[in-house]
Design a protein around this ligand. Sequence first.
Ligand code: GDP
Ligand code: CA
Length: 326
Amino acid sequence: MRITTLAGGIGGARFLRGLRDGLAAGTGAAEITVIGNTADDIDLFGLRICPDLDSVMYTLGGGIDEDRGWGRADEGWRAKDELAAYGYGPDWFGLGDRDLATHLIRTQLRTAGYPLHEITAALCRRWEPGVVLLPMTDDRVETHVVVPDGDGTRAIHFQEWWVRHRAALPAVAFHQIGAESARPAPGVLEAIREADVILLPPSNPVVSIGAILSVPGIRDALLAAHAPIIGVSPIIGGAPVRGMADACLSAIGVPTDAAAVATHYGARSASGILDGWLVDTVDAEQAADLPGHGIAVAARDLLMADPARTQDLALATLALAQELRR
Ligand code: GDP
Ligand code: CA
């Protein structure tokens, strides 16, 4: 079975680990391809940093800091302190000593002219994530957030809005800078076309999944794919489980609820990208209208609180896909 997934950082990575391990524990031999969000990427201190690709790589490779959910386990912050002692900013981005090695290698390979998909494959040779991890594009695409500024507005990098300001500045709009001319990385469209199942983990609908969909060709490929497309709600009981997806959804006029996110993605029968949607049991009633609009619904425990529950959730997406295929 060929499974293709889109993924942001924490939500995507945890789901993928459950999927990989759930399949390994059963009989299901599967080839998993992950199309990772790169619109959170940023240049800092001359280094190219790809937070979402790294979250997937570290989580699946066993190197993640489980409590923070991002960055390396057993991390130290001496380089960051040293930069701060020089008064050299920005000081708000978590740049760990161990993590720094990844950014140094990526930047060096990039300077030597390698495309991001090859660099990512090279880094994954160490981590052996058990999936094929592809960046959505080799081209530079960055999410910028338009925020109020005096009588007007200004645009800041997504990381500045998210990490520095904790999403507290009201977001007027999100723009994926560079998306219009970006091309899907090699392998991305093929993975969508040739998949038996396509999964959308509970990643941020605006700045993770939305950013991946901003790359021309990806949305059309999803629409045309022969595989069923099943998504998992990142919203439970009207709130994101982690992070500030509510601030992102508000900016694009989507209510923070599980059914509204599904409607935002839309049914494939109506030129959207979903065939099925998993909601938490607390949201079952609220999602009752979705099947009437072409989106099959399964209600489950959606909290990825431990490995067993996460694996159950991941396998439930495959079960719904199986049901839809019949
Ligand atoms: P990021 O790039 O690190 O922000 O990660 P993603 O975009 O992949 O995922 C962020 C989303 O994951 C947030 O909107 C959370 O609500 C969602 N999320 C985190 N943990 C869980 C969980 O245990 N269950 C569900 N359903 N969603 C989760
Ligand atoms: Ca992210």
